[in-house]
Ligand binder design. Structure first.
Ligand SMILES: *Cc1c(COP(=O)(O)O)cnc(C)c1O
Length: 379
């Protein structure tokens, strides 16, 4: 099955009770049993719910995995991955990382005796140098947020294999339509479903997908034990969202490409970070491991003044000033004071998150209106 078909049908069956073609919202906490231990596969909705399970199967299908697990947020999904580790274990992570991931690693799990190394993965030697006998997980984000750095998943998976460590990839920015890390050697894929998969800015959710049965047992054990599950109604909304993922992301990519080129020619713009440019670092890797370059773009302003960035993000109308990304509507953000405010200034500037950096999540509105909006705000 090709992607567009999997997005609509993958892992899904008509409802067995009624034949309903759309998975019903099973808004129930428990299930009646005929006799002790004699149930229809469901006992309690933390452990399993038909609407959530349908979404989990669909996610496994579109990520070319076997097992999916949904959580109350992307952070709850990451929480589950780190809970697979033990005190004394070490994690090597991308340095240019989603702010919330940096925060859960350094302020929650560090105190349970798990050690985190943040390295620039553009230079693979940095990963090899950080490996030791305690390395149990390598955590990759690609493209990274907000610098759009492209990390070579196949190359990192070889390092992980040699180290006997698990490779986890946060695939939120790329989406399964553009990139499938499990096919490139990753052991587990994470999504903030909140973003492109939901796609309509109306749900907060996370997901993990893997292929290995033993790993899935651990994943489901933690999901059920810790209980950060997602609700039936939200699962239904995301099932509906995924049915158009392929056509939405196609348009995100088309609009993104046009805006990236427009920005590059703008007199007030200094640098534009978008993996589709031939001179973008690791553009060749992006071309190999992704099927398109997406609608996420960051750029800096000449003079690097925070006031100039503030003026622009305040003056766009279609590009709404908000955190998050991946919805049908365009968003604009200022990473240094918004998504990356929890990362110390020195640390964030090292990875390129300077004061004038602006991030766009290009939506699927008409491209002419989007460019007019940016033009007006920047003049
Ligand atoms: C938003 C995001 C997360 C966190 O997901 P939530 O659903 O907000 O908890 C993790 N990683 C990336 C790359 C994100 O963009």
């Amino acid at each position: 099955m090709k992607f567009g078909t999997k997005a609509i049908h993958g892992g899904l069956e008509p409802d067995s009770a009624t034949g309903a073609i759309m998975t019903p919202i099973y808004q129930t906490s428990t299930y009646v049993q005929d006799g002790i231990g004699n149930h229809k596969g469901y006992e309690y909705s933390r452990t399993g719910n038909p609407t959530r399970n349908a979404l989990e199967s669909n996610l496994a299908a579109i990520e070319n995995g076997k097992y999916g697990a949904c959580f109350g947020s992307g952070m709850a999904a990451i929480d589950c991955v780190i809970k697979m580790l033990n005190p004394g274990d070490e994690v090597i992570s991308t340095n240019d990382l989603y702010g919330g991931s940096y925060r859960i690693f350094t302020t929650i799990f560090a105190k349970y005796g798990i050690k985190f190394h943040f390295v620039d993965m553009l230079d693979l030697q940095n990963i090899t140098d950080a490996v030791n006998e305690n390395t149990k997980l390598i955590w990759v984000e690609t493209p990274t947020n907000p610098m759009m750095n492209i990390i070579d998943i196949i190359a990192v998976s070889k390092i992980a294999k040699d180290a006997g460590a698990m490779l986890g990839v946060d695939n939120t920015f790329a989406t399964p339509y553009l990139q499938n890390p499990l096919d490139q050697g990753a052991d587990i894929v994470m999504h903030s479903v909140t973003k492109y998969l939901g796609g309509h800015s109306d749900v907060v959710m996370g997901a993990l997908i893997c292929k290995d049965e033993k790993l899935s047992e651990e994943m489901y054990r933690i999901q059920n034990s810790c209980g950060a599950v997602t609700a039936p109604m939200d699962s239904f909304l995301v099932l509906r969202g995924i049915k158009t993922l392929h056509i939405r992301v196609q348009r995100h990519c088309e609009n993104g490409e046009k805006i990236a080129h427009w920005l590059k020619d703008h007199p007030k713009v200094d640098k534009v970070y978008w993996p589709g440019f031939e001179n973008h670092t690791n553009h060749d890797v992006a071309k190999r491991q992704m099927r398109g370059f997406g609608g996420m773009i960051s750029f800096t302003l000449k003079g690097n003044r925070i006031e100039d960035a503030r003026d622009i993000v305040k003056n766009t109308h279609l590009f709404a000033l908000a955190e998050s990304l991946g919805g049908v509507e365009s968003l604009i953000g200022h990473p240094a004071t918004m998504t990356h405010a929890s990362i110390p200034k020195e640390e964030r500037e090292k990875s390129g998150v300077v004061d004038s950096l602006i991030r766009l999540s290009v939506g699927i509105e008409d491209i002419d209106d989007l460019i007019t909006d940016l033009e007006t705000a920047m003049s």
